[in-house]
Every structure is written in C-alpha cells, then in structure tokens.
Design a protein around this ligand. Structure first.
Ligand SMILES: C[S@@+](CC[C@H](N)C(=O)[O-])C[C@H]1O[C@@H](n2cnc3c(N)ncnc32)[C@H](O)[C@@H]1O
Length: 260
C-alpha cells in the first residue's frame, strides 16, 4: 500500500530537493511513496499572497495566518476524506521516536504535515484542526520543514519494499529497543586498526552472537535507559553479564552504563 505524504509549507524549496534524492526518491519511483508539497501562498486570499502577520498583543516576529492553512487542509480533505492524519511539527509536541515512525508507517497511510515558521502558527489552527503535535527533540528549529522531512524519512524506510535489504530495518538501532552493533567494511585493516576476527571467520553463528553482544554493549554503555525494565532472554542476560564482566576487568566500573 502506498504512503501519501503532503507537506504544507511556506518554503517548498526547503523540502523539494530532499524529496528528490536517495531513498525518498527511490520510494517514489517504486510507487511506494507519493509525496506532494503544497505552497501555502497558493491558499492565501489576497493578491499579495500574504501568509503571515504580526502577533496580536505585540512582540517580535511574525505569526503564520490560520486561513491559508485551513484552506490547504480543506483541499486535501476533499481528496482524502477523513482517512488522513494531520501532523504538526512542534517543539511542544509528543516526542518523535522509532515507535511513532512504525505507527505512521502502518496506520492511516495519508499523512499531512503542517509546517510552522517564524514565531509559529495562529493557535486557531491547533484548536480548529486538532492536529497531532510532534516534536523531533527538545530544541527549537526555524521551521517545521526539516522536522517534517525527518519524520517522512524515518517512516518511509519502514515500508516494505523501500529498503533494498528489508532486514536492515529489523536490525537497526531501536528496532528491538537496542542500539545497533558496530559495522565494518573493507579493508580489513585501516591505520593499524583491524576488523574483529569473528567477522571474517565465516562462522555465521559466531557472527550472530557477536553482533547481539555488541548491540547489548552499545546500549548498556550509551543508552542504559533502554535496558531498564526490559525483559531479557536467557541469552541476552548471559551476553550482558559477559559485557559487564569484561568492563569490570578493564576498569573500576566507576563511569559507564548501569542498569538502574
Ligand atoms: C521558531 S519555531 C516556533 C516555536 C514556538 N514559538 C514555540 O516556542 O513553541 C517555528 C516552527 O518550527 C517548527 N519546530 C521548531 N522546533 C521544532 C521541534 N523541535 N520539533 C518539531 N518542529 C519544530 C514548528 O513547526 C514551529 O512552528
């Protein structure tokens, strides 16, 4: 099933080049993604195509007007009906995570991103459209275009058929609430640094076990919060014990990951 993404923006040129490259381009060529960019100026009501104005109450900056956004979303609703999901990138939204990307990739496959800019969007868009506000992190960006592209990218690559190797998405960081294992490529030695022997051993079971152990090590050292409250299989428990033991052997375990 095709994923349809519409990006409603005042700055189409910020979005279009990214949609025309790499995996997003391939997904469109394969008919798995239909991406459209709606220029808010086309939905303005005056001949100067004004889409922003000064804030009521005074203060710096400009605020995006509500009516052009309502009109753009009305036009999409006329195409899609109620099946579409309206998302509003916002630093005030719920955090965007791999889980949210998975959700977007399987549920209601018509996503509309309403991108803010300047000081933000007239609040009546939020109360009138009741979009889902989603944040890509606790920092403030200039506009919603890059956050929308982040979400489209992370979502599209989960659609079956988009990635050349579907198993890649299954093995990556967060797919299993673990960070990914380290990757290596040729040559076998770079500036005196060798690739781990096990990866050139040809022993598939040993490679699988090594990768699992290194994924656990990465997670324990870099994001121990992901392991908290997680039920580990017997094998994972054993591998993690080995990781902790190895760490204890090389240092006093004063820094680094702890489970609690
Ligand atoms: C400069 S910001 C406005 C911030 C707004 N005044 C506030 O403090 O909540 C302009 C636009 O960038 C987007 N944006 C900024 N930071 C974001 C984030 N962390 N996640 C998602 N969108 C963001 C939103 O679309 C927002 O309307």
């Amino acid at each position: 099933m095709i994923l349809r993404c519409d990006i409603v923006t005042l700055f189409p040129d910020l979005v279009l080049p990214v949609l025309g490259q790499s995996m997003l381009k391939r997904a469109q060529e394969k008919g798995l993604l239909e991406a459209r960019v709606l220029n808010l100026r086309d939905y303005t009501l005056d001949r100067h195509q004004v889409a922003d104005d000064a804030p009521y109450g005074g203060g710096a900056g400009m605020v995006m007007k509500a009516e052009p956004i309502f009109r753009a979303v009305d036009a999409l609703r006329a195409d899609y009906g109620e099946a579409m999901r309206v998302l509003m990138p916002s630093p005030q939204g719920r955090p965007f995570t791999q889980q949210v990307a998975e959700e977007l990739s399987v549920e209601r496959r018509r996503l509309v991103f309403v991108c803010g800019h300047y000081e933000g969007i007239d609040e009546r868009v939020r109360t009138g459209l009741e979009p889902e506000e989603i944040s890509i992190g606790d920092y403030v960006m200039t506009g919603g275009e890059l956050p929308a592209l982040v979400m489209v990218d992370a979502t599209v690559r989960l659609i079956p058929g988009v990635l050349g190797h579907p198993e890649s998405a299954l093995a990556e960081s967060f797919a299993d609430s673990l960070l990914d294992f380290p990757q290596y490529t040729r040559p076998a030695e770079v500036r005196g640094l060798a690739v781990p022997d096990v990866l050139v051993s040809g022993n598939h079971e040993a490679v699988r076990r090594w990768r699992r152990k290194e994924a656990l090590r990465n997670t324990w050292l870099k994001r121990p919060d992901l392991l908290r409250d997680r039920l580990l299989s017997d094998e994972d428990r054993r591998l993690l014990d080995e990781v902790m033991q190895e760490r204890a052997n090389v240092c006093d375990v004063s820094g680094g990951g702890r489970l609690s």
